[in-house]
Design a binder for this molecule. Structure first.
Ligand code: NDP
Length: 674
């Protein structure tokens, strides 16, 4: 049977690479050919222009919420086709459990970003950054930072180890931001990525030009990059250096996001002696990180550190657990660890182990030259190394063997533990196993600057923990120095990598128009009919209800104090209130003001406003004294759809006294009929 050829997806067409550019991809299980792949003949400049001129404008016409719903649809499409993807996953050497992280973890990342987008981003085209900055006395001149999508293409260059997740963790924030992407998977596992792209393209959800795929080299693509493009790279430090030093990247200030290999550490706390739950959890996690995906994980534990007096026990416990790990065909349910991605990757891992032993580490479990599993496959035994002189064995902190390899080493005291953890010169993930809050505080405060994500694990959170190695869509993934110096994901933080922040200076009316939201001082449209009688679609930004005013009396304050039990001196003791540096006498409770405000603006009958779901940004600005009066202006600040049949309206609530001074402001959130 002829080996299938992978196709590129360029300018909304599936295109084969020229025959002269093709290379063969072998199965990790037995070396049999899986596919040929190549990108020769593609017009990379035209692909970039297609992304910028067709994909970008189409995505930018959509609101954040429309893009969020599209991303959810793409994630669901992947889930619906997951069994076909699992079949290809085995050929990469990965077990079903490994594939779950890649395929369902990837789709889950899309769903998570979709949900974050609908909850934390507006149903608009512009994202506000922070509050209005007052820049003038009368308020006619203000500043507001905004984010808008970059107008170039996002070039995603991915590693071989997670061909689906690695693509989707970059694609979700990119599309949510409103940028089109050109994805280049690593060749070794490009067939799985190509299949996932096919699912997304065939879903019909993507606008034209939003997604393109290169299954081969990137040719002269870098020569055509510009200052609105972003390169987001995952892979080796050497390729990252080469690409970020490209003269066009330098000249055009192309944004460059890099995730590189790093020497992640895990530490057994000084309190976690053999026999404690934390000791057992540590051993389990080190073995897990060595064997999941055959250790080909950017976050895998390469350096396992323990108090010197526990090191023998740690080594013995890890060895015992590794001995029970069955290495073999990933399709076989008995196999706990599959193969490395390729024979050349196995050669690379063996060479790196050679550097570790040459530096002084010794192998205490596994034989790097053993060939378990299926004949012709890229299988190897997990290898545990040990050094008793971690400061004299520099390779253990510098050389990453990207496979089932880890080194145990001792630390003397907390200062030594912190220094050794930081000796990796920057990592993606670190875990610390302790039940001591003091140890956790000292360690994390001493080491956090060198690590992107830190997990403190113990008996209380182990059952629900997602583990050392799992990057999560809502938390940042990335790290300083050796780890690449960048961040990905982290919820909305990750979306902002694909947007430009701009400081806008103008009048409140202009800022409101630009941002598609009401801002304080912006234009209001006073309504005759009560806004609670209107469906969300009938409400407009700036629509305002102006209530009558009511006087707040001393009897109201005393009644409220009796009724609620809040008898704070400022409300009940005239002398004490006068003596305070803040008040001139007794004042109304803040909560009384809020309650009276609701009494003034609420329309009681059932209608399109279904529920009050919360208050945000509450500030009390001017005290309200007995005899003062108060009135409310309730203004539609922004609107968003939560689901088909519920919407969320954010109302700006401004409470004024009889002198039109602002007493309090807050945002009220209501759930509405769309
Ligand atoms: P590489 O850096 O060789 O490749 C990473 C990606 O870059 C692949 O898509 C590769 O494509 C592409 N690439 C390579 N050269 C160029 C170039 N000149 N221009 C454009 N793209 C290029 O890393 P590998 O995937 O081969 O893995 C090697 C090492 O990287 C591992 O041993 C490990 O240390 C590290 N790694 C780190 C990961 C992380 O998440 N931090 C994940 C995986 C690996 P192609 O495959 O077609 O060459």
């Amino acid at each position: 049977m002829k080996t299938p050829q992978l196709l590129n997806y360029a300018r909304d067409q599936w295109v084969p690479g020229e025959a002269s550019s093709l290379s063969e991809i072998a199965s990790a299980i037995d070396g049999a050919p899986v596919a040929t792949t190549g990108s020769g003949g593609l017009d990379f400049d035209a692909m970039l222009r297609h992304a910028r001129e067709v994909g970008g404008p189409a995505l930018r016409r959509m609101t954040f919420h429309e893009r969020a719903r599209m991303i959810k649809g793409l994630g669901l499409a992947i889930l619906a086709q997951k069994e076909g993807l699992y079949e290809l996953n085995y050929l990469t050497g990965a077990t079903r459990k490994d594939g779950w992280i890649d395929i369902e973890g990837g789709a889950g990342t899309m769903l998570s970003f979709s949900s974050k987008g609908r909850r934390e981003l507006p149903d608009a085209h512009v994202l506000l950054d922070g509050q209005v900055e007052p820049l003038s006395k009368s308020g006619s001149f203000i500043g507001q930072h905004i984010y808008t999508p970059l107008q170039g293409a996002a070039v995603h260059i991915n590693a071989f180890n997670f061909p689906v997740w690695g693509m989707l963790e970059k694609l979700a924030p990119t599309l949510l931001a409103g940028m089109p992407a050109i994805v280049k998977p690593a060749s070794a596992t490009a067939y799985l990525c190509e299949a996932a792209v096919r699912v997304m393209v065939e879903s019909g959800l993507l606008p034209e030009g939003a997604l393109q795929l290169i299954v081969g080299g990137v040719g002269d693509l870098f020569d055509h990059l510009g200052g609105q493009d972003v390169v987001s790279f995952t892979g080796s430090a050497s390729t990252a250096l080469k690409l970020r030093s490209h003269p066009v990247v330098q000249r055009e200030s192309v944004k460059f996001v890099a995730e590189q290999d790093s020497l992640n550490a895990s530490l057994l706390g000084p309190d976690a002696a053999p026999g404690t739950p934390e000791f057992d959890l540590f051993v389990k996690e080190v073995v897990n990180e060595m064997t999941v995906k055959a250790g080909q994980k950017c976050t895998a534990i390469r350096r396992a550190m323990a108090p010197a007096e526990y090191l023998d026990a740690v080594e013995a416990a890890i060895r015992d657990r590794l001995a029970a790990t069955k290495v073999g065909d990933p399709r076989d349910k008995e196999s706990r660890m599959g193969a490395l991605v390729s024979l050349s990757q196995r050669e690379d891992v063996r060479a790196q182990i050679g550097k570790l032993t040459a530096s002084g580490a010794r192998i205490v479990a596994g034989n790097p030259d053993a060939t378990p599993g299926v004949s012709g496959g890229a299988f190897m035994e997990p290898i545990l190394l040990r050094t008793d002189d971690p400061w004299g064995t520099s390779a253990v902190h510098d050389v990453e063997a990207f496979g089932p390899v880890s080194t145990v080493m001792p630390y003397k005291n907390m200062a030594d533990a912190i220094a050794l953890a930081n000796r990796g010169m920057g990592s993606l993930a670190l875990s610390f196993f302790t039940y001591s809050p003091e140890a956790a505080r000292e360690f994390i405060q001493g080491a956090a600057a060198y690590h992107g994500r830190m997990l403190v694990l113990n008996r209380d959170n182990a059952a629900e923990s997602t583990g050392h190695g799992s990057p999560l869509p809502v938390l940042v993934h990335g790290g300083p120095g050796r780890a690449g110096g960048s961040e990905e994901m982290g919820g909305v933080r990750g979306v902002k990598h694909y947007m430009q922040r701009t400081a806008i200076q103008s009048t409140p009316a202009m800022i409101a128009a630009i941002s598609e939201q009401y801002v304080p001082g912006g234009p209001k449209h006073f309504l005759e009919a009560h806004p609670f009688r209107k469906r969300m679609s009938e409400l407009h930004i700036g629509d305002t209800l102006k209530t009558p005013s009511r006087t707040v009396t001393i009897a109201d304050i005393e009644h409220f104090a009796e009724f609620t039990g809040d008898k704070f001196y400022a409300h009940m003791d005239e002398e004490a209130a006068k003596a305070s540096p803040i008040f001139e006498g007794r004042v109304a409770h803040g909560y009384l003001i809020l309650s009276f405000a609701a009494g003034l603006f609420v329309d009681p009958d059932p209608g399109p406003v279904l529920a009050n779901t919360g208050l945000e940004n509450l500030r009390f600005l001017t005290p309200l004294y007995p005899g003062d009066s108060m009135r409310v202006e309730l203004t539609v600040r922004s609107k968003s759809l939560k689901s088909e049949d519920t919407g969320v309206v954010r109302w700006a609530v401004e409470i004024f006294n009889q002198k039109d001074e602002l007493v309090a402001t807050y945002d009220l959130l209501t759930e509405n009929v769309p």
